[in-house]
Design a protein around this ligand. Structure first.
Ligand SMILES: [Zn+2]
Ligand SMILES: [Zn+2]
Length: 350
């Protein structure tokens, strides 16, 4: 089969390799679509702490079952979306439906080969909790957005986003866009997205009901002007949730000024080096009853929910896909994500 193999940081090569075998109790997939995550771009450039080389990347996977060694209601030919976690199923987090916190967690495209290939071997652990059967006629590329959407569900559950909330999303890329759609679907009273790039601002205005604010000027001035805008947009009430969906945002207690009492901040994007400092204004946290939370990855339950939201059309995210490429053109797909001109790119199979 053809596979895109990361040999070392900076060295991604397309190669013919041997087809994987169907693992005992597992399945073999023919990959139909694998979306590019910001992490894939980062890993192509500079590797990742959880990577062993050589590695096939890609963890936002949809494929057709070519072989399955388990009686589980799924058959050869079924189109499935894959939760990329390989969880033990036995530890305390796994037993509590928090399998993204599994004590022995491994992830496809990180610790095991992922979806930027024609075929993918799924170990037995993936079968019971990790495969979501898709309805006939599903666009595999759209279904590949289920994993990043599920990560957003995790972030919004951690920040307890609910009906009537005012939600501020800092960063309007693919993840910020999915957060905006999700917050709208959750019944948020107001969604505000802050973004730098004009092309993305236009997309967000066209396809969401969010108020989109252009982020320009230097950062210190920007936060002051953002505070004024938020103040006037909410008649002085400020927002209930701040979702950090851009790694370059400097995180410190000035963000508290944007929050209403009882407000929540979710550190969704992994902050870049030097982009975080003191968030320990404990007096303000106490008097204004603030919550600071983080989120990383998604559970298989959240992944199932994301598939349902996309399949039912409750979330319309087609527009978030701005490039489709064949595996042979994987570098174009990664570059589209890296240059941030559009939103999300998806590598599509035959
Ligand atoms: Zn991802
Ligand atoms: Zn576990």
């Amino acid at each position: 089969m053809l596979a895109a193999i990361l040999k070392s940081p900076g060295c991604l090569e397309l190669e013919e390799v041997q087809d994987p075998q169907c693992p005992k109790g597992g399945a073999l997939l023919e990959v139909s679509a694998c979306a590019v995550c910001g992490t894939d771009v980062k890993m192509r450039q500079m590797g990742h702490k959880d990577l062993a080389y050589p590695r096939i990347l890609g963890h936002e996977i949809v494929g057709r079952i070519a072989e399955i060694d388990r009686d589980c209601g799924l058959d050869k030919g079924d189109l499935v979306q894959v939760w990329p976690g390989i969880a033990c199923g036995k530890c305390r987090p796994c037993q509590r439906e928090e399998d993204n916190r599994c004590q022995e967690m491994k992830i496809l495209g990180f610790n095991q080969d992922g979806g930027f290939a024609e075929m993918l071997a799924l170990p037995w652990q993936c079968i019971s909790r990790g495969l979501n059967l898709l309805p006939k006629g599903t666009d595999p590329a759209l279904a590949a957005l289920a994993e990043p959407l599920a990560c957003c569900i995790n972030g919004q559950e951690m920040a307890a986003v609910c009906r009537g909330d005012r939600v501020l999303i800092l960063g309007g890329g693919p993840i910020g866009s999915l957060h905006a759609l999700l917050a709208e679907a959750a019944g948020a009273e107001k969604v505000i997205v802050v973004e730098q790039l004009q092309s993305r601002i236009l997309q967000l205005k066209r396809h969401t009901n969010a108020d989109v604010i252009s982020a320009d000027g230097n950062e210190a001035e920007f936060l002051d002007s953002l505070e004024k805008t938020i103040f006037s947009e909410t008649e002085g009430a400020r927002v209930d949730v701040v979702m950090l969906a851009a790694p370059q945002i400097h995180i410190d207690s000035r963000l508290f000024r944007l929050l209403a009492p009882g407000g929540r901040i979710c550190i969704f994007s992994g902050p870049g080096p030097g982009n975080y400092s003191e968030l320990m204004d404990l007096r303000t946290i106490h008097y204004r009853e603030l919550t600071i939370t983080g989120s990383y990855g998604c559970s298989s339950r959240q992944n199932r929910k994301a598939v349902e939201l996309l399949s039912s059309g409750k979330i319309k995210a087609n527009w978030v896909i701005t490039k489709r490429a064949r595996l042979e053109k994987i570098n174009d797909a990664l570059n589209h994500s890296a240059d941030r001109s559009g939103m999300k790119s998806v590598v599509c199979g035959k």
